[in-house]
Design a protein around this ligand. Structure first.
Ligand SMILES: O=C(O)CCC(=O)C(=O)O
Ligand SMILES: [Fe+2]
Length: 293
């Protein structure tokens, strides 16, 4: 239960304390002092991505006002040019946002730049080829991810590598005041809420903070988040279940979770609860990483 509208920041948080005081309590936290020696902070940039994989085809998203998602596909080279052009004077159209991209699987040499990876924060089940569960967010300054929660009701550990991001988060109990659209998106814009249209939003307690390069952000299952890139940005996350969160997520099948999401949660519960190795489960789970929901 959070009584402050500020997020806690912890330096070198131990994995035991992370589990007992944050994961088990459903409390968000920003952790610093863990990943500052990663090579990614020196190496990763738009130029570097273009250098290592210019012709790789990626997809990017445009979020429209009514929360529709438009997808476009382009090469890294083209995408980098678009962002660089936008950043020159920020006058051109905002480029689409490269969002939820499983880049470690597409460019495996990037994995060596995020060592040592803090596996201790994750259940052991994820340790084998953990990077397969990661997704990247690469975009221009002013890119926005509208208010949502993560669709499998997973825990989320989010790594900020390049640039800063402004997060506005709300705890799951505030979801009922945020005007939901479909399973996981919300109509309210927390940066400029329209109280005439969405009066119930006044009942919420949004928590606003900036995530800087080197920060790790933990968001518990069902945390609503709206994200604005303050700079050109490169981040990635890993969405993961505990035994308990996988069962809670399965129970959400009766609360409107789409059947496909329940299928992926079923697979993860088979792994976490019934200890079926991830080498088997991942074959069936893989398609989730290209699933636009
Ligand atoms: O960084 C962003 O723009 C969105 C991040 C996000 O939604 C997530 O990590 O689940
Ligand atoms: Fe998210």
């Amino acid at each position: 239960m959070i009584i402050s509208n500020e997020i806690e920041r912890r330096y070198k948080l131990s994995s035991n304390e992370f589990k007992s005081n944050y994961v088990n309590c459903g409390k968000p936290v920003i952790i610093s002092g863990i990943i500052q020696n990663w090579q990614s902070f020196e190496k990763w940039s738009l130029e570097y991505l273009k250098y290592v994989s210019p012709t790789l085809n990626i997809y990017a998203k445009k979020f429209s006002v009514n929360q529709r998602i438009e997808l476009c596909s382009l090469t890294i080279e083209k995408y980098v040019e678009l962002i660089k052009k936008y950043e020159e004077d920020q006058k051109n159209d905002l480029p689409p946002y490269c969002h939820d991209l499983p880049l470690f699987s597409l460019i495996p040499l990037l994995i060596e730049d995020v060592q040592p990876f803090p596996l201790d924060y994750l259940p052991k089940w994820y340790w084998y080829k953990w990077w397969r569960y990661c997704q990247f967010f690469i975009g221009a300054s002013n890119s926005i991810t509208p208010l949502h929660f993560d669709c499998l009701l997973t825990n989320n550990i989010f790594f900020q590598i390049v640039g800063r991001k402004q997060f506005t988060i709300l705890l799951p109990e505030d979801a009922k005041y945020c005007y939901r659209k479909g399973w996981r998106w919300f109509f309210v814009n927390p940066e400029n809420p329209d109280f005439n249209k969405y009066p119930e939003y006044k009942n919420t307690r949004p928590i606003k903070f900036i995530v800087n390069p080197g920060d790790i952000l933990y968001m518990p299952p069902g945390t609503l988040h709206h994200v604005r890139s303050l700079d050109m940005s490169i981040s990635f996350n890993i969405d993961w279940h505990t035994e308990k969160s996988s069962l809670n997520a399965l129970a959400a099948s009766v609360k409107g979770m789409p059947i496909q999401n329940s299928y992926y949660n079923f697979l993860l519960a088979m792994g976490l609860v019934f200890k079926i190795p991830s080498s088997i489960i991942f074959k069936f789970y893989k398609s989730y990483l290209n699933y636009v929901s």
